[in-house]
Structure formats: C-alpha cells, structure tokens
Design a protein around this ligand. Structure first.
Ligand code: BES
Ligand code: MN
Length: 457
C-alpha cells in the first residue's frame, strides 16, 4: 500500500490549472499521475478524450450482481494567483503543523486521495470484495465542466448501470463535525456590458450631455437588491423549494456559533435576505452577487474621461427547484426594463449549473422509490462517520456548486452521496490552500468502512 500523504504531495506537484493553457504540461502530469496510481491498485484505466481535458474512467469488478459505485473527483485546480501571498510556493507541497499546503490540496486532490487510498486499503484487505467501483475523474471542474455534457451523452448508458455516485468535494464545518451534503446550489453567470459614447471622451468637452456608462451600471446594480437584502427581480424566488422541518433542525444543530462565523468573515454585521440566519442563508436561499465591476480609468492619479464602456460580472446561486434558463430570462427582462434608453447594453452568457438536492432515507420527504443501494449507502455513511469521527454527521445542503452532479442525475437517474471533507479554513480558491491531515486520516478510515458496507449490504 502506498503512503497517501506522500502520494498527495506528488499529485500537488503537478500544476493542473485547467483554465490556463500555459499549464498544459501540469494537466498532463496530473492526468498521468492519477491513471498510474489507479492502475497500480488494480484498476482498468481508460482515458476518455474530450475537446479539452480528458476524463479518467477506471474500474474494477465486473460481476453484475454486485453493487456499483462511481467515485467522482477532479484533477484540475484553480489558478494559484496572487502568488506573492503564498507562504510556501503553491505547487511545492509543504507540511506545517497538521496541514499540507499547496494549490488543490483540499479542492479536490486531498479528498480524492482519501477515496483512492480507502479503496486501495480495502482491496488489499479484501481482494475479492463484491463491489464494482468506477473512478470518474474529470479535469475541467474548475472551469464549469464544459466537456461533461458530451461525455454524459456518450457514456450515460454505461453510467446508468451503476447504483450511485460517491464523492467528497464539499465542506465540513469543523474537524469533528462531518456533513453529508444533500444539496448543491446551481449557477447562472453572465457579464453585462453597457456602452455609452462610441469612444472614450474628454469629460470637460462632453461632460453634461450624456449618461456615463459607469453610472448606468451602478444604477442597474443598485436596483438588483431590496433594502432587506432580497433579490429585486420579479419572480426570482417563485420556484424556491420550501425548507423541510427536519432540515431546519439540522441547520439549528450547526448554528450555535454565529458570532465566530462573523469574526471569521471579518464583517461588522451579517446582511442576509428574508430574515434567514447566516447558516440558512447560504444553504437554502438563492443569491445574486457582483463578482467584478469595471470601466474607465483604473490607474494612478486622475484622468478626466467619460469611458465608452462599463461592465459588471454577475452570478446567481440557485437552490432547488430553480431553473437556470428561467432565472437567466428573468434577469435579462429586468435589465432590459431598467436600462435607460440613452445607453446600449449587451448580456454575455457565461456558464450555468442546475441546483441539486437528494433526500437521505427516513426523512419526511424521502422519495418512496429511493433505491435500496442508495439508502444503504447513506446509512453506511452515517454509521461509519459516527464511529470514526465520534459524532454522527449532519445532513445539510451546501452553498457551493458542483454542477455535474445535477447533470448526472438528469442524464442517468443516479443520486450522489457526498461526504464533506474540507474545512472553512482550508482556503479553497485562495492563497495558502491546505488540507487537514487529521481529517484526511479519519476520512480514509470512514470511507473504507462505507465502501465495505455498501459491498456487504
Ligand atoms: N469544490 C467546489 C464546490 C464547493 C465549494 C462546495 C465550497 C462546497 C463549498 C468546486 O470545485 C467549485 O469551486 N465549484 C465552483 C463552480 C464551478 C462551476 C466553477 C463554485 O462553486 O463556485
Ligand atoms: Mn472542487
């Protein structure tokens, strides 16, 4: 059996930034590393070519009578910039205290390594384990998985043969409190570009006769929320799934420490929509955020200019049962209605993701036709987590998005069992990303038990 921490370091040393073509070699390195590791523990590996970064399909076990688990992960990472804020270089993994630092340590190389190591140990102990396992590991998650729909169309029939998807690409609130993630938010991303005059103008010569596009963008942005924090787009909340009582209870069990959360964020006060607590707000409510805004002169000193263009980058996080296409149209309609006729504008669609929800067994709203293998997997996860982490898991929806999970559900009917394994302090997408090695060790023990219990039913 390999040393999982050493292997994780090796994985991180391949700089697999999917969004940046300059990291082509790093992507190839991470791909080869992963396929090599899976082959070394006895998996048949297939590398599925896509228009961009290949998808790894690696499997063991062929007996159709055995349960079949697809383990999902991604080998790509976010860009590491700003580089100067890293205490140790992003792609030179370093252990400090009980943490392993490096880009991708938590999102998603560490959690993926947890499951690969758990499988390796389990198969070493029980080479004849009656379980079919398929690793499905993509390289475009951090850029919105553009190749995944095509892949699903081609491989959907094969994936349908499986019983469930199993993954760790979500959060646990603290080291001893694991979460089984029952939902992910969806996304609608777009840029709005406003054009005023056909070129930049001297503000002394022409100021006073036209609307500045920065003003138009600012007025638009200011109109998109109500004073109470809710999104001011008619119809925006129409399809939002009501929160079930059991869900409220789960959130309450978590909600003890709002003050610590406030301090962690470094804000003077919370600002949530619809009177939600901070712990409900990110999990069961949709949002509209501004991710970037620009126009005009950004340099030193002053420049008396009226810019020709200004822009804002917008994103909505959606909850079950909101539909990205519907929200996108409402957004478009609202912007059209509110944009003054003395400027022109354009909406540039970026990617979208469908929200996902799965109800674990024994809840009031569990679908009556839930597959026994899925229900058994949830119960196995509950027991294994309680035994290894010393506390039963909480069942919570998550604020982040892994859009392919809903796509898999739609195309194949498969649900996902998601075990949160990264912590708020792991700095995902930020400088000094790290993975907690105690969580890693416990995660491996829990995952090994979960997979064994799925096999033994
Ligand atoms: N692992 C994250 C999703 C996540 C983040 C789950 C935080 C729970 C908490 C995933 O890799 C990610 O970053 N997803 C993106 C969306 C994607 C389409 C770029 C996200 O949520 O912004
Ligand atoms: Mn991720």
């Amino acid at each position: 059996m390999f040393d999982p921490v050493e292997k994780l370091k090796e994985f991180i040393r391949h700089p697999s930034v999917s969004a940046d073509p300059a990291f082509k070699a790093g992507m190839q390195g991470a791909l080869d590393f992963t396929t090599g590791l899976l082959a070394s523990i006895g998996f048949d590996v297939e590398v599925v070519k896509t228009d961009l970064h290949p998808i790894i399909m690696a499997s063991r076990g062929t007996n159709p009578a055995w349960p079949h688990v697809i383990i999902y992960g991604h080998y790509d990472v976010q860009p590491a910039d700003p580089l100067h804020l890293w205490q140790s270089p992003a792609f030179e993994p370093e252990i400090r205290g009980n943490r392993l630092y490096g880009r991708g340590a938590a999102d998603n190389k560490g959690p993926l390594m947890v499951h690969i190591a758990a499988v390796a140990r389990l198969l070493e102990r029980r080479p004849d384990l009656p379980l079919r396992i398929t690793f499905m590991i993509e390289g475009e998650e951090e850029m919105g998985s553009p190749s995944f729909p095509k892949f699903l169309a081609a491989y959907g029939d094969r994936l349908k043969q499986a019983d469930l998807v199993y993954l760790s690409d979500t959060l646990l609130p603290s080291e001893d409190q694991v979460v089984i993630t029952c939902g992910l938010r969806g996304l609608v991303l777009c840029d709005v570009v406003v054009t005023g005059p056909k070129s930049d103008l001297h503000s002394g010569l022409h100021g006073g006769v036209l609307r500045n596009p920065i003003q138009a963008i600012a007025e638009l942005c200011a109109s998109l929320h109500n004073p109470d924090g809710s999104v001011n787009i008619p119809g925006f909340y129409d399809d939002v799934m009501p929160v079930e009582p059991w869900e409220k209870e789960e959130i309450k069990k978590l909600g003890a420490d709002a003050e610590a959360y406030r301090k962690f964020l470094g804000i003077p006060a919370f600002y949530t929509a619809k009177g939600a607590t901070p712990f409900e707000a990110t999990r069961v409510l949709p949002t509209l955020e501004f991710n970037g805004i620009g126009g005009g002169y950004q340099g030193e000193g002053t420049k008396t200019v009226i810019p020709s263009k200004a822009f804002v980058k917008l994103s909505c996080r959606l909850v079950a049962n909101q539909k990205p296409a519907v929200i996108r149209d409402l957004l478009y309609k609202t912007i059209s209605e509110r944009m003054p006729s003395d400027v022109t504008f354009e909406i540039i669609d970026q990617h979208q993701g469908v929200p996902y929800v799965v109800v674990p067994p024994d809840r009031t709203n569990t679908p009556p036709d839930q597959s026994p293998v899925l229900a058994n997997a949830f119960r196995a996860a509950d027991q294994a987590i309680a035994a290894v982490f010393g506390k039963p898991p909480l069942y919570l929806r998550e604020g982040g998005s892994v859009p392919i999970i809903a796509d898999i559900k739609r195309m194949t009917g498969l649900d996902s069992v998601m075990i949160g394994l990264f912590l708020p302090e792991d700095n995902l997408h930020a400088p000094n990303e790290s993975f907690n090695l105690d969580v890693m060790a416990k995660g491996m023990r829990a995952s090994e038990r979960i997979l064994e219990a799925i096999a033994d039913r």
